[in-house]
Design a binder for this molecule. Structure first.
Ligand code: PMP
Length: 391
């Protein structure tokens, strides 16, 4: 059964891209990328960039934060933060809830900055009480928190974690690459020093921009640090001058990427942040209900399953085949389980423009494929499960 008509010459954008980022990009966002090339210091582009900075403050929910948007991806935002805010004599603590948290640890190692890791079982959330105990015992200059770890598909309670960090006077650095735009986050209420994200996930734009929001505390630290920042491109001190006045030159930004991002943020504001968060929660609830109705287990523990990505187990050894059939028969592209779960789990992204059509197609496709392995799975199960949820 093909739910989506498939023609050999179809536009690849017709497929339902449900990997956990990049995600489906709205034509309005894609189209602005084909406008005439602008100069990087032109009135037109610097005006657009200034508007983008204002929109990014609205996106993060801040009046007091300082936005930085640089060409690159989420990793560049992570690395620019590490290099610009930490010095060699500092010590960081990583809350390890998956692969992307560990990436911060690798970065600290690269720059010979001391660190310690608090590890939580894969699929479990970072427990604020465990963090509290550690911070009472040892002093850290910065604590690295992942909002949604795309590998374990866990959504941490960043409000509780950041509060513990700030009560203990450390810097709170939050990777919300898979959160901002899809999961509730208000920078001023959160009180973190840095929240960072990227353009191609829940924001729904094309890859190519790393976004960081810095608190006034982080800006003071940046301005008063003693050692030089050992990087040209990842030096937020240099970029600060550009964010204050986009007519100053540091390096040529990916102009089309920035214009696309501005358009995506305009669309988010038209939708309304609260509406968007609720929409993501609703879509996630439907995905979770559908997966549960098929009797499959989740990778992330209950109450900490993300609103933007879901990991779930399939019968051992069937994941690669299921992933490939979802693509070839149903035109739905999902990601495999992370690391050791490659052969027995899948991850489905449901962020930005993913809505009822994509959810329905993914779940019914999954049901059809799995029912061919397992005759206890009955056709029609998922539709029953999600029909009361998706509106
Ligand atoms: N952090 C998280 C939570 C992520 O999901 C990702 C990307 N999957 C990154 C960081 C790195 O972002 P990028 O691939 O855009 O460099």
């Amino acid at each position: 059964m093909n739910i989506v008509s498939k023609e050999d010459n179809r536009d690849p954008y017709d497929s339902f891209l449900m990997v956990p980022g990049p995600t489906v990009v709205d034509p309005r966002v894609r189209n602005v990328m084909s406008n005439n090339q602008m100069g990087h210091l032109s009135e037109e582009f610097t005006d657009d960039f200034n508007k983008l900075l204002v929109l990014s403050k609205q996106l993060f929910g801040t009046d007091t934060g300082s936005p930085f948007i640089i060409t690159g991806s989420g990793t560049i935002a992570m690395e620019a933060t590490v290099l610009s805010l930490l010095e060699q004599n500092n010590k960081g603590l990583i809350l390890d809830t998956g692969y992307f948290a560990q990436r911060f640890g690798q970065m600290l190692d690269c720059y010979s900055i001391d660190s310690n890791t608090l590890s939580f079982n894969f699929g479990s959330h970072a427990d604020p009480d465990v963090l509290k105990t550690e911070l009472k015992k040892n002093k850290y200059d910065a604590v690295f928190i992942t909002h949604v770890d795309t590998s374990s598909t866990v959504m941490n309670n960043i409000y509780e974690l950041v509060k513990v960090v700030k009560d203990n006077n450390s810097l709170a650095i939050v990777d919300s690459v898979c959160g901002v735009g899809g999961c509730e986050l208000n920078f001023d209420k959160l009180g973190a020093d840095v929240v960072l994200t990227t353009s191609q996930k829940a924001i729904g734009s094309v890859p190519g921009a790393g976004l960081m929001m810095l608190s006034q505390n982080a800006i003071e630290l940046l301005e008063n640090r003693k050692s030089i920042i050992p990087s040209y491109y990842l030096n937020l001190k240099k970029w600060k001058a550009h964010m204050d006045n986009p007519k100053t030159y540091v390096a040529t930004p990916a102009i089309q990427v920035m214009v696309a991002l501005k358009t995506a943020l305009e669309m988010i504001m038209e939708e309304g942040l609260e509406n968007r968060w609720n929409r993501h929660k609703n879509v996630a609830n439907a995905i979770h209900a559908g997966i549960e109705s098929l009797g499959l287990d989740f990778v992330a523990e209950e109450n900490y399953r993300a609103y933007t990505v879901t990991g779930f187990h399939v019968p051992s050894g069937t994941s690669i085949q299921t992933q490939s059939e979802l693509k070839s028969r149903f035109n739905v592209e999902v990601a495999n389980g992370f690391g050791e779960m490659k052969n027995n789990a899948l991850r489905v992204g449901h962020m930005a423009n993913i809505g009822p059509n994509e959810v329905g197609c993914f779940l019914t496709g999954l049901e059809t494929i799995l029912s061919e392995y397992d005759d206890t799975i009955k056709k029609g199960t998922v539709i029953n499960a999600i029909s009361q949820i998706l509106k």
